[in-house]
Ligand binder design. Structure first.
Ligand code: ATP
Ligand code: MG
Length: 397
């Protein structure tokens, strides 16, 4: 984006001018919430996604329905859009290189390429002086055989294309490790030592081409089966010093990449209090969805501001919040029959903000929506969230 310093104003600001169209690669729920934020500011939107019924494609002015690397699809995006962003890191970097060569792109293809690969990502963390889990790259049978025993028990993760705990196997012994690598089709992997976690947090920041950086308050995240389940803000277990350290580390990671756009950095806090970086995502993140309802600037508006060169301001949390993810499991009863969750029961709770992503079919583990509960105090937000969880049949936290 550095070569394009012109601010792209929305139509409402540039009176009489034609509205700029902002393009997003990927049509999932993150793209959908980006489209909502862009449209609210007066922009037109274009979504590239191969799925005819993608959550973002359904709400965008334009849906370019092709594969990510399709030449005609990319040509259409180039023709229509004034700037480009992405909503998931598995968009082939090649597509972003092509678009970024002609249009302001935030984030840039090079930064996304680092985030796409766990091994490169970890190398970047180390270069920035931010400790990550002890790990080893496993690409060959020799590397597998020679793995340091200190990395067991560990988690074997595919270097590419993992999300929501997919492409991961917990392994306790060398025999299990060998089996797990076979199961993962001997794809390039990273073996990480299993760390004794106290809890998990994330930092979402936005950085512009001038290097100005703002961040959301630190989020505390609870995962179940490798999938985010609950986010709490303010983070109940995080003292001010730890929060400052996490924001500082995330900032260094962004600066080291020359990053422009919204970036999420996930951290582990170990039982002895040590901060360890887990991974990063070159986009808004599930742990920042609460910001739509609880902050004066959401992570999606920050994404719009970054790609258009509009000013960045530090978001303020105006309401303590708890976010509950709504996975497809909720759409099935104990006997496996399909049902609709009782939305009226949760919407009867004060401070409940329901977001459904418009996905046509529910599957177990699939992110169908989220529910944010806001209140005057963290205690009240948590109490309401526990009631909502109970009404939906979700476990307490
Ligand atoms: P996503 O991209 O959806 O956040 P992912 O599939 O990339 O998820 P990770 O973030 O690598 O997965 O791991 C998912 C969860 O598994 C973590 O949030 C954490 O709860 C647990 N986990 C991962 N690595 C470790 C580790 N080294 N030690 C202990 N727990 C871990
Ligand atoms: Mg993760």
């Amino acid at each position: 984006m550095s070569s394009h310093h012109k601010t792209l104003l929305p139509a409402a600001v540039a009176a009489g001018a034609q509205a700029s169209t902002l393009g997003v690669m990927g049509g999932g729920q993150l793209g959908r919430m980006f489209v909502h934020a862009a449209q609210r500011l007066g922009y037109f939107t274009a979504v590239l996604d191969p799925d005819v019924a993608s959550p973002a494609g359904l709400v965008s002015h334009v849906h370019v329905q092709t594969d990510y690397l399709d030449e005609q699809g990319l040509a259409q995006m180039l023709q229509r859009c004034a700037a480009i962003t992405t909503e998931f890191e598995n968009v082939p970097a090649g597509a972003l290189y092509t678009l970024g060569a002609h249009l302001p792109a935030a984030p840039g293809a090079e930064a996304v390429a680092v985030c796409q690969d766990r091994a490169r990502e970890k190398r970047h963390f180390e270069q920035c002086g931010v400790p990550c889990a002890p790990h080893a790259l496993i690409e060959t049978p020799e590397q597998l055989a020679g793995v340091d025993a200190a990395l067991l028990p560990g988690i074997l993760k595919t270097a590419r294309l993992g999300y929501d705990g997919k492409g991961q196997r917990r392994v306790a012994t060398r025999a299990e490790l060998a089996l797990a690598w076979d199961e993962l089709k001997r794809a390039p992997c990273v073996l990480e030592r299993l760390l004794p976690l106290a809890f998990e947090i994330s930092v979402i920041l936005a950085r512009n081409a001038d290097g100005e950086l703002v961040s959301l308050p630190v989020q505390q995240n609870l995962h179940r089966d490798g999938i985010l389940a609950v986010t709490q803000v303010p983070a109940p277990n995080v003292p001010a010093g730890l929060s400052a350290a996490a924001r500082d580390a995330a900032g260094r990671i962004a600066e080291g990449l020359g990053y422009v756009g919204v970036l999420c950095v996930e951290f582990f806090v170990l039982q002895d209090g040590t901060l360890v970086v887990n991974e990063m995502a070159p986009r808004p993140h599930n742990s920042g969805h609460y910001s739509i309802d609880a902050c004066d600037v959401s992570q999606f508006e920050l994404q719009v501001r970054c790609m258009t060169g509009l000013p960045l301001v530090a978001p303020r949390l105006h309401s303590p919040a708890v976010m509950l993810n709504l996975l497809g499991d909720l759409w099935f009863d104990a006997d496996g029959r399909e049902r609709t969750p009782d939305w009226a029961a949760v919407l009867a709770l004060p401070g409940a903000h329901l977001h459904l992503y418009g996905k046509s079919s529910a599957q177990r583990g699939r992110k169908m929506g989220h529910l944010t509960l806001t209140a005057d105090t963290p205690e009240a937000a948590r109490a309401t969230a526990l009631r909502a969880a109970e009404r939906l049949g979700l476990p307490a936290f």
